[in-house]
Design a protein around this ligand. Structure first.
Ligand code: DMJ
Length: 572
């Protein structure tokens, strides 16, 4: 071949490569594919920075103090704001390791998972004189163990042949039995606190929260199904039923209740602290166990939330007796709500709330614990951000439901903020004050069980491919097994498609928030109605405004345009 020919061929090959390269640059799919790989690596590095530092400086204690590179035995401190009855001789339960197990598997690190399981099997004991919060211990420790056990025995053979002998389940059952005395109250509502060695302490407080007594059913139910001992599920279900029976005529619950008298102590509630996972567990228990009872409770509770707490994309708190708004505050914990709405198919509402949380995240760099909506300012004392997962969690669910690449960008911005503001040499530190970004010496275990996990799953969901899971409120996956279903929920059977549509859209029937008149602040009955009213003609064409319905998201009446289409909003 002549020199000239060579040059022509080189040029042709170059042009072809350049064209392919250019095509892949401009192809949005491959752009997102590359972004996912990049981000997945970023999140993986984040997880291991947190995990390795915990293992180096804190293990087998509970949590890492990343600034001083030391540890805290914090199980007894969780939810214990006044730091009462702290144990003297407690040396930790490897809390962060337990919380990391399912994340390790999702990241594909079977070896480290197996190493963790063997250490726990040989060393962990719950026979310790430690007073713990029932809710926290249930979601973090019991949930972590039960989930890891189920993942260890599933068909993917994650263990080197025959080395796993149900040790995590044995530990979980032992812990479950130590938690049971908490339910020994006249109402069946459990005490909020229990000593792992001695049971309920003398003069223990009888005040508990709605989430503490109403969100135990996933872990306790799973434990019963795995051990064949119904006591755990029975106790959790009895408590849940009792709590539900205490609802007001508006289907609202308060935030705290007395476990002996069954009387409400705090009548105001919302979807955040002290209540959040109650709603979450109703719908997730329905998915995991297929019991219609959970769905019925959820549906009524959800409609009440949309009606009395919702204000546009925001949710305020209200008094369970009157439905009147009490606190106009955004809290960081509320950011899980759009994720829950995705589970029930209420995507439009989920998306609009999620966007508002993202705006607040972007304004401060992270989500402040509490933000005063009526004054548009930070709460004077609750300015912290303890590495919470809720926004990442909702972002993951919304991406799963919509595949809208915008959510990948949100995940990127969350990841970048975490790396920028909270990463230190010894791990990831909580933010004490979001207005100054001063840090706190604490890496919470949920950073590994939830925050990193949901961010990772946003970019790599291969773990979810051949199995359906319900994620507990602490981010621990529980496989959805047909053997556990009372009856397979209709939403999961494809035979009756019309029914599925009806069921999915039952939640999409947006409920108009209960309007309060600005002067008397009395509930204006006129506005209390389901607000998704369809157009009278199915093709969205119209002759007059009367042919158009009411918009599901804004609750505003739609009007008929000059061109004869429904769709322009008439602001009432
Ligand atoms: C987690 O421990 C759980 O998600 C719980 O339900 C409330 N939130 C924290 C993390 O923010």
């Amino acid at each position: 071949m002549s020199n000239h020919h060579w040059r022509t061929w080189v040029l042709i090959i170059f042009v072809i490569f350049a064209a392919i390269f250019n095509l892949s640059q401009s192809d949005p799919d491959s752009h997102h594919f590359r972004k996912k790989i990049l981000m997945k690596e970023k999140v993986r590095r984040m997880f291991y920075h947190a995990y390795d530092n915990y293992m180096k400086y804190a293990f087998p204690h509970d949590e890492l103090k990343p600034l001083t590179k030391t540890f805290t035995d914090s199980l007894s401190e969780l939810g214990n704001l006044r730091l009462e009855h702290l144990p003297q001789n407690y040396n930790g339960s490897a809390l962060t390791l337990i919380e990391s197990l399912s994340s390790l598997l999702i990241l594909g690190n079977n070896t480290e998972f197996e190493r963790g399981v063997s250490w726990l099997s040989e060393n962990l004991s719950f026979d310790v004189d430690a007073r713990v919060n029932l809710f926290e211990c249930n979601i973090r420790v019991l949930g972590g163990l039960v989930s890891a056990h189920m993942l260890a025995i599933d068909s993917r053979n994650r263990f080197s042949q025959g080395t796993y002998k149900n040790e995590l389940l044995i530990l979980a059952e032992d812990l479950g039995r130590r938690l049971l005395p908490a339910f020994g109250t006249p109402t069946g509502l459990p005490y909020a606190w229990i000593n792992l060695k001695y049971g309920v302490m003398a003069n223990e407080t009888t005040e508990t929260s709605t989430s503490c007594s109403g969100s135990l059913i996933l872990e306790m139910g799973a434990l019963s199904r795995l051990t064949g001992d119904p006591q755990f599920e029975d106790a959790a279900l009895r408590a849940l039923r009792k709590l539900w029976s205490l609802r007001s005529s508006m289907n609202l619950l308060g935030t705290t209740v007395d476990v002996v008298s069954g009387k409400w102590i705090e009548y105001s509630s919302g979807i955040g602290a002290g209540v959040d996972s109650f709603y979450e567990y109703l719908v997730k228990a329905y998915i995991l166990f297929g019991k219609e009872e959970y769905w019925r409770m959820f549906q009524s509770a959800y409609v009440a939330v949309q009606k009395y707490f919702r204000h546009g994309p925001w949710y305020h708190e209200a008094d369970m007796r009157t439905g009147h708004a009490t606190y106009w505050q955004l809290t960081s914990l509320q950011a899980f709500w759009p994720g829950l709405q995705v589970l029930v198919g209420d995507i439009a509402a989920a998306n609009s709330s999620h966007r508002e949380f993202v705006k607040v995240w972007e304004r401060f760099g992270v989500l402040p614990e509490r933000y005063l909506l009526d004054h548009q300012m930070l709460h004077p004392t609750e300015k912290y951000y303890p590495l919470r997962p809720e926004l990442a969690e909702s972002t993951f669910y919304l991406y799963q439901a919509t595949k809208d690449p915008w959510y990948l960008e949100v995940g990127e911005s969350i990841t970048d903020s975490l790396n920028l503001y909270t990463k230190v040499d010894g791990g990831f530190a909580s933010v004490r004050d979001v207005s100054t970004m001063v840090l706190e010496d604490h890496q919470h275990s949920f950073f590994l069980s939830e925050t990193c996990k949901y961010l990772y799953l946003l970019y790599d969901d291969s773990f979810l491919v051949d199995q359906n899971y319900v994620f507990t409120t602490e981010g621990h996956p529980l496989p959805v097994l047909s053997a556990w279903q009372d009856r397979l929920p209709e939403v999961y059977t494809s035979a009756n498609y019309t029914f599925i549509q009806r069921r999915a859209s039952a939640m999409s029937l947006q409920i108009c928030p209960a309007m309060t008149s600005s002067t008397s602040r009395e509930v204006d009955e006129k506005h209390e109605s389901a607000c998704h009213i369809c157009d009278t003609r199915r093709d969205h064409r119209c002759l007059t405004d009367e042919d158009c319905g009411v918009d599901a998201t804004t609750c505003r009446r739609r009007s008929c345009s000059i061109a004869g289409f429904c769709g322009l909003w008439l602001y009432l």
